[in-house]
Design a protein around this ligand. Sequence first.
Ligand code: HPA
Length: 262
Amino acid sequence: MIKAEVAIIGGTGFYDPKIMDDIQEITINTEFGETGLLVGTVSKIPVVFLARHGSRHGVPPHRVNYKANISALKQLGVTRVLATTAVGSLQESLPQGSLVIIDQFIDFTKNREDTFYNGEDGVIHTDFTEPYCPQLRTSLKKVMSEKEIIFSDGGTYICTEGPRYETPAEIKAFALWGADVVGMTGVPEVTLAREAGLCYANLSLVTNFAAGISPHFLTHKEVVDIMREKISVIREIFTGVVVSLTEERDCRCSHKEDYSLG
Ligand code: HPA
């Protein structure tokens, strides 16, 4: 059985890892469905790559099988996940091309399978005071600082159901709630990862100003074009993080014993 401790989840415009050698395409069967993945190495370190929307962007955000994806990573022995998402910006200070290490989220999704805990093991409430792994966030910061890549250290991601974009009124409301960026795929990926005891970090790329802030109508083409422009930087950052990770996890991400059973 192939094993890897680190996974990269590629979002819109990131379907080909490019940074991996000895790539093998595999399918993992989970109790929630099948997931197709690539396994290979980055500087001899085993890494799994998962294209969230499928290898050709065939799966829309609200139809991604997040539970199968996280279960498949768990089966492969993954303990750490580096995810990317394309986002719209709600802040003038975050123009197109900005990179944000997300540290909080607001869940505005409506209709997703979003937990592994449906009562079979009792009632389990997972702590989300620190939704994204602090150790992985620190690694991202360190690598980007060393490479002199400009980034925002922290930001609140609001996840909408999609696949439609938001109305300007929604964006105004989200900004009042404290959201900095908006996307359609960050949740429940982050919550399922924590339920599964995985370390998870999200590096978001601003591809557009959100509806009503943008001077023009939104298009998927704009999102993909900006992602294409910046994808090599994201690949470089993730490579840097993969090679710099120490063996020990010093965070609480896997501390399932802390979750309340009732
Ligand atoms: N809204 C939601 N998701 C997105 C956006 C947006 O403006 N841009 C990229 N993903």
